[in-house]
Structures are given as structure tokens and as C-alpha cells.
Design a protein around this ligand. Structure first.
Ligand SMILES: Cc1cc2nc3c(=O)[nH]c(=O)nc-3n(C[C@H](O)[C@H](O)[C@H](O)COP(=O)(O)OP(=O)(O)OC[C@H]3O[C@@H](n4cnc5c(N)ncnc54)[C@H](O)[C@@H]3O)c2cc1C
Length: 369
């Protein structure tokens, strides 16, 4: 079976790798748009304290966090170990102690179904700072040992390389759907027309334009996020936990003396690829309010990404309305690095005519259209 995947962010890269593992002939087309979400995403994988109250969205989040253990070991077997993945734990440090109580209640309630949560422990301010030294001195915390983080760029690159080793072909360029009546017969990329049995559209925030010629009106729009990377060479940040939630903001550390503070959530931004004074100020103020110890660090870079946000904020996975061989994966919003590998696996199974382990009915991409 020949399947074309359009879009090689975390969603499409995962779908491509899972398809290739199942023996499909895969072509992965990507345009490397400025602001693609996977290249800008922070990488927190720790959903259990989320205030999200939509059960289908939470099911995908929880499944996504759980799937990481399987994913990381399968990719290691495939020779891909450099994913920036680690499980340093998650530290909740809201200003308001009532928020901490509420987060603890949510996490404990969800931990029954999710052993990967690990241990849950209250920390004094001194204990919290021992784990994340730049923190403010008065912040007590809640530590959850199963909290993880991943580097979206490394993860997507690893999935792509693993898919290519299994025979997937990568094509750089902008794909357009080629229709044949009510079916998709393939895609056109520049001068080349590529035929396929099925097409998987994982084109992130750009998908509505891609899908319009197929008569699909996808209720998705870009939500800009501005995210700041701090560095202090010589600081061993490799075991620092993720810091969350700080209002809408959060922090995480990577191995290279780097702390990432994110992120603005700008509705109605369109594809306006710009840093703005308010966006950057919001991130810096929130970051320094919670972790004043970052004040003397270097601002290494500031990234911009467009989250693919569904109008009802629920992910989309399934067939395009009325079209057997056009599949859509989208709407991962602010949590796509958590959900993407798992969602890609589910979509790959659907494309291959298998029954995915999660009932995909609630994620119908045609809802509301
Ligand atoms: C600032 C920020 C912080 C985030 N932090 C986190 C976090 O901490 N934890 C978490 O779980 N998630 C986080 N996310 C969310 C996560 O990054 C996204 O949900 C996820 O990366 C979406 O992946 P995607 O593959 O659907 O889309 P994308 O990564 O945007 O990929 C879509 C791809 O499709 C390509 N494309 C589009 N149209 C075409 C076409 N016609 N032809 C060829 N190629 C095409 C694009 O060029 C792009 O490469 C964050 C996002 C942002 C922006």
C-alpha cells in the first residue's frame, strides 16, 4: 500500500514512521514552513495536572504521555537515541497555595489510571530550589516524578530518519492534492505528480489551505507562540525538572545549560511571523517572576511557532468527510509534542485499515462543518 504523508512535524513524522514499520510504501512531503510548531515547541510531557475538562482531549494527552516509554525504546532499537527525552520530573509552583492543592487533587485523581505519573510529593521552598536553583525563595512545590520533556526538533528528525531507513522517501516542497472524483489520487509537488492509495494530511496550521480543493473546510487556525531560550554556560541543567504551571507560562531545562520559558498564546495571530514587544515581555515577566535567578542568564534565542488550534480545541484524527482515502491529523494545539507520537501511530493504523486502539469517533475532522 502506498501512502503519502503531507507535513513532517511531530504528527506526520510519527505517522510516517509507524506506516513504514507496518510495511507501507511511504512518501513524506514537507515544505519546512517558517514557524512550524514542532520546531518551536517547548517539549513538556506531563499532562496530569492539566485543567483540561474535555475527556476526549485528555484521553489523547494521557495516552500520549504513556506512549513515550514505548516510543523511546522502539526508537532506540531503531538506532535513534538523541531525542532530548528525559524524565526529570515536573515541579508545580503556582503563586497561590490553593492552586497547588487543586493541582495535587487533579493529579492524584488521574494517577489511578496512569502509573507513569510516578510519585507525588510536596516540597518546601528550599527543597524546590534544590531541584531548580533559579526559583524564587518563597515557592513551595509539588513534585511529580513521572514528568518528562522532549526536544521536538530532535524527535521529529529521529522519526524521519528511522522512517527513511525503513524505505520511506522524503520529498522537499509544497504538496497539492490531486483529486479524481471523490478520491485523492495523489499529490503534486512542483513538476512531480506522485500517485498513492491514500494521503495523510498532517500539515499543521497550514492544512485548511491544503484541504480546500478536496472540499474540506477544516476548523483550524494558527495560534502564535513566542518562546525564550536562556543559557548560562557551565550550569548543569540536565536533571532540572519542568516548572508548571505558572499561569499560562512554564519552564523546562535541556542538557546544554539551557532553560526554556514559554510561551505566549496569541489567538487571531494569523501567520504573522514576528516577535512582538508584548509577546516577549509577557514571557520574560512571567519567567523572572517565578525564577528570578534567570535574570543574569543570556537570552540565547527566541522562537516563534504557530500551534494548529482547532476551533473547539479538540484534536482531529480521522477520515476527511465522505473521503475514504484522505486522512487528517490536526488540532494538537498546545500539547502536540505530548500527543503527536501517539496520535501519529493511531492515524497510521487507521490509514492501514486497522482498528486504532482508541475510538477515534470524537476526533472526527468533519465535526462542525
Ligand atoms: C511556543 C510553543 C510551545 C509549545 N510547547 C509544547 C509543550 O511544551 N508540550 C507539548 O506537548 N506541545 C507543545 N507545543 C505544541 C506542539 O509544538 C504542536 O502541537 C505540534 O508540534 C504540532 O505538530 P504538527 O506536526 O501537527 O504541526 P507542525 O509541527 O506545524 O508541522 C506541520 C508541517 O507541515 C508542513 N506543511 C504544511 N503545508 C504543507 C504542504 N502543502 N506541503 C508540504 N508541507 C506542508 C509545514 O511546513 C510543517 O513542517 C508548543 C507549541 C508552540 C508553538
Amino acid at each position: 500500500m502506498k501512502i503519502i504523508v503531507i507535513g513532517a512535524g511531530v504528527f506526520g513524522a510519527s505517522a510516517a514512521w509507524h506506516l513504514a514499520r507496518e510495511g507501507a510504501e511511504v512518501v513524506l512531503v514537507d515544505r519546512a514552513d517558517q514557524g512550524r510548531a514542532t520546531a518551536a515547541g517547548a517539549g513538556i510531557v506531563s499532562p496530569w495536572g492539566s485543567k483540561l475538562d474535555d475527556p476526549p482531549s485528555y484521553a489523547l494527552l494521557e495516552g500520549g504521555a504513556r506512549y513515550y516509554a514505548t516510543l523511546v525504546s522502539a526508537l532506540a532499537e531503531a538506532g535513534e537515541t538523541d531525542l532530548g527525552f528525559a524524565r526529570p520530573g515536573a515541579l508545580y509552583v503556582p503563586d497561590d497555595p490553593a492552586e497547588l492543592d487543586a493541582a495535587e487533587a487533579r493529579i492524584r485523581a488521574r494517577a489511578g489510571n496512569a502509573p507513569e505519573v510516578g510519585t507525588i510529593e510536596r516540597l518546601t521552598p528550599a527543597e524546590a530550589r534544590a531541584l531548580f536553583p533559579p526559583l524564587r525563595e518563597d515557592l513551595a512545590g509539588l513534585y511529580v516524578s513521572g514528568g518528562a520533556r522532549v526536544n521536538g526538533r530532535l524527535l521529529a528528525a529521529g522519526l524521519r530518519r528511522a522512517a527513511v531507513r525503513l524505505g520511506a522517501r522524503e520529498v522537499e516542497g509544497s504538496a497539492e492534492l490531486v483529486m479524481s472524483g471523490a478520491r485523492v489520487s495523489g499529490v503534486r509537488v512542483g513538476e512531480e505528480t506522485i500517485a498513492a492509495d491514500a494521503v495523510v494530511a498532517t500539515a499543521g496550521a497550514w492544512a485548511p489551505k491544503l484541504l480546500a480543493p478536496a472540499g474540506v473546510r477544516l476548523a483550524v487556525q494558527p495560534q502564535r507562540g513566542q518562546i525564550v531560550h536562556f543559557r548560562l554556560p557551565g550550569t548543569d541543567t540536565s536533571r532540572w525538572p519542568t516548572i508548571q504551571p505558572i499561569n499560562a507560562y512554564y519552564m523546562l531545562a535541556f542538557d546544554d545549560s539551557r532553560v526554556v520559558v514559554g510561551a505566549s498564546r496569541e489567538f487571531g495571530s494569523g501567520f504573522d511571523y514576528r516577535l512582538t514587544a508584548a509577546g516577549v515581555a509577557g514571557v520574560l515577566n512571567a519567567g523572572l517572576h517565578t525564577a528570578p535567578g534567570l535574570a543574569a542568564w543570556t537570552i540565547e534565542e527566541i522562537r516563534i511557532g504557530f500551534r494548529p488550534l482547532a476551533d473547539d480545541n479538540r484534536p482531529m484524527l480521522g477520515r476527511a468527510p465522505g473521503m475514504e482515502n484522505l486522512l487528517i491529523g490536526n488540532g494538537l494545539g498546545a500539547s502536540g509534542l505530548t500527543m503527536g507520537p501517539y496520535a501519529g501511530m493511531l492515524l497510521a493504523h487507521l490509514a492501514l485499515g486497522r482498528t486504532p486502539e482508541l475510538d477515534l469517533t470524537p476526533y472526527d475532522p468533519g465535526r462542525g462543518s
